[in-house]
Design a protein around this ligand. Structure first.
Ligand code: 173
Length: 323
């Protein structure tokens, strides 16, 4: 009799626990990237996903669907916002159509690790949730500036008469220097150069060779400016539905990769500079005074643009991301 009662109590418990067990089932997140699959940002993300998938059996799995062929770069943000995909590796410049604030992350003077400590990370998440229904998970690409690459030589910081391929990253700055700008996704840069539609473009150090642009590039203008931002963003509803174990797993690996960012991007930058030099890309180096004016203009025009488009959050972001 006793054992019979025990047995039925046991089955009752199982029945009660069932919904919980169902909740704890493995979740798979569908992920796209705003950058081509062979770029360093995406390769690094996949290394992180490999680790998560190994450790997350029965808990959480990452399913990388693909890059720009799956969803065009400037549409990736909206796909995350609306839940067409669960997560994306992208950059703020690709979703300024959703929120102009996204482009401010390029101007941070704090590392992502410092942003997490200073409260900047919380501010970002407050804005991203409100404006784009996103959880800002963390930063994959940082500590590498953007550069102006040219097919024609310049001898001063004046872009008058030059047509330049941009994304929102470079718009205010290149225009402030007198340039004529044309917005394209990275996938259209090669053809634009080949056809002479543009005389140059903005881009960081990594990825020229992966997209074959070295063939069309003659000069890199020094110094670089800003801090190329590539981050993982998650649909906020999806993020809220993850259980604590799933969130912890994601965050643990994100933090681990962020911790390696400094070393990783330093080495990557050194390698890319050498490789560009070997490929015959010459540097145009401004003297110290011109370089200072060039950088001052980059930040002044960049922040002015963000603040103009977001009077509410622009000043707050400037304060939180500047030293
Ligand atoms: O396409 C771009 O030039 C761009 O906006 C960008 C942003 C971050 C990393 C690399 C490129």
């Amino acid at each position: 009799m006793k054992s019979l009662i025990k047995l039925s109590i046991a089955s009752l418990c199982t029945a009660l626990v069932m919904p919980l067990a169902a909740q704890a089932q493995e979740t798979t997140l569908r992920v796209v990237s705003g950058f081509a699959e062979n770029l360093s940002y995406v390769i690094r993300m996949q290394q992180m996903f490999d680790k998560i998938n190994k450790e997350g059996k029965g808990v959480l799995q990452m399913n990388f669907i693909g890059g720009p062929k799956a969803i065009p770069p400037f549409e990736v943000g909206n796909a995350v916002k609306t839940g067409v995909v669960d997560m994306a590796l992208t950059t703020g410049a690709f979703y300024t159509n959703l929120m102009p604030e996204a482009d401010a992350l390029k101007m941070t003077q704090l590392t992502i690790t410092e942003q997490r400590k200073s409260g900047a990370f919380d501010l970002i998440n407050e804005i991203w949730a409100k404006k784009a229904n996103m959880y800002y998970l963390g930063r994959m690409g940082e500590q590498q500036p953007f550069y102006l690459y040219l097919t024609k030589k310049i001898d001063k910081a004046d872009l008058t008469g030059l047509k330049l391929r941009i994304t929102p990253v470079y718009r205010d700055f290149f225009q402030a220097l007198g340039g004529t700008v044309i917005t394209t996704a990275p996938g259209e840069v090669y053809t634009a150069l080949e056809r002479g539609v543009v005389d140059g473009y903005g881009w960081p150090l990594t990825g020229l060779f992966d997209q074959n642009w070295q063939k069309m590039t003659k000069f890199r203008v020094e110094p670089g400016f800003y801090n190329a931002e590539v981050s993982l963003v998650v649909n906020l509803d999806v993020w809220k539905k993850l259980n604590p174990k799933q969130r912890e797993l994601l965050q643990k690996h994100m933090l681990e990769f962020e911790g390696d960012n400094t070393a990783y991007w330093k080495k990557n930058s050194e390698d890319e500079v050498k490789r560009q030099e070997q490929a015959g890309i010459q540097t145009i180096k401004f003297d110290a005074a011109t370089a200072k004016q060039y950088l001052d203009k980059a930040y002044e025009s960049g922040w002015a643009g963000v603040i103009k488009n977001s009077p509410e959050y622009g000043p707050k972001l400037k304060q939180a991301l500047s030293k």
